[in-house]
Design a protein around this ligand. Structure first.
Ligand code: NAP
Length: 221
């Protein structure tokens, strides 16, 4: 199984490192192909670099580790959409932008999730799952195979194939997977303030028991 990671910045590079460490094949793509190539070279034989369209074509699962605006652009290209048909699409995007002073603010109106935007742009026969965006990239990078108990990565989907694929990838990346709900629940795991996002949890990383209890608790209105 091959996972395409589109975007090799803070989030995509951390994810690529963990997946390769867990024995997964990855295909890396970026706006500047040299960035993907440099990371693939660093990560060794399980990692290859490619154009966006080639990475999508040659993978089973595609992670859009890009900002929401770039995801919208990439998903407006008919060729990319065609190549995504039948594949699992993993969406770690958050509805966040930077203010001029460097602090974070929502980039979408209250109540609108980034997941609803991305899922709405996909062909109907793709398998959508929200995952890998609930922790800050530094925490993601630093928390793989945490001891004595693994940290949790939440995911949300209505799709059983996507759930199975992402659970396998979360485990390969060195985390425990906990389902936060379906497409209607994706905002719970999106930053900056979803109640199950790291921001909403005041920076905490949860173990599997804590995570299941947090999912069961009603989100604070
Ligand atoms: N950073 C975090 O702590 C964090 C945490 C949770 C979720 N997220 C989400 O993860 C996503 C990525 O965040 P980030 O911090 O990793 O961003 P980043 O460091 O700015 O990296 C963005 C990556 O996207 C690539 N890219 C941009 N436009 C592209 C295009 N048209 N085609 C292909 N690749 C393109 C860039 O390519 P180049 O390398 O060539 O510039 C870069 O590799 C965002 O949606 C964010 O909300 C981030």
């Amino acid at each position: 199984m091959t996972t395409a990671i589109i975007g090799v910045g803070n989030l995509g590079s951390a994810l690529a490192r963990h997946l390769v460490h867990g024995g997964e094949d990855v295909m890396l793509a970026a706006r500047d192909g040299a960035h993907a190539e440099a990371l693939a070279h660093e990560l060794g034989p399980l990692a290859r670099s490619a154009s966006v369209s080639q990475a999508i074509e040659e993978s089973d699962t595609v992670v859009f580790a890009v900002w929401l605006g770039a995801a919208r652009e990439l998903l407006s290209v008919a060729d990319n959409k065609d190549r995504l048909r039948g594949k699992v699409v993993v969406d770690p995007t958050n509805p966040i932008k930077l203010r001029d002073d460097g602090t974070l603010q929502r980039s979408l109106p209250e109540g609108q999730s980034s997941g609803s935007v991305v899922a709405g742009l996909l062909p109907p026969d793709t398998h959508y799952v929200k995952a890998f965006g609930s922790l800050g990239a530094q925490s993601l990078a630093a928390s793989s195979n945490r001891s004595p108990r693994r940290a949790v990565l939440f995911y949300a989907t209505d799709d059983t194939q996507a759930a199975a694929s992402v659970e396998r990838l979360i485990s390969a990346a060195g985390f425990d997977a906990v389902r936060a709900g379906g497409l209607n629940d994706v905002a719970r795991i999106e930053g900056p303030d979803g109640d199950l996002s790291q921001g909403g949890l005041n920076g905490a990383l949860l173990d599997v028991d804590e995570a299941r209890a947090a999912v069961a608790a009603a989100p604070v209105a």
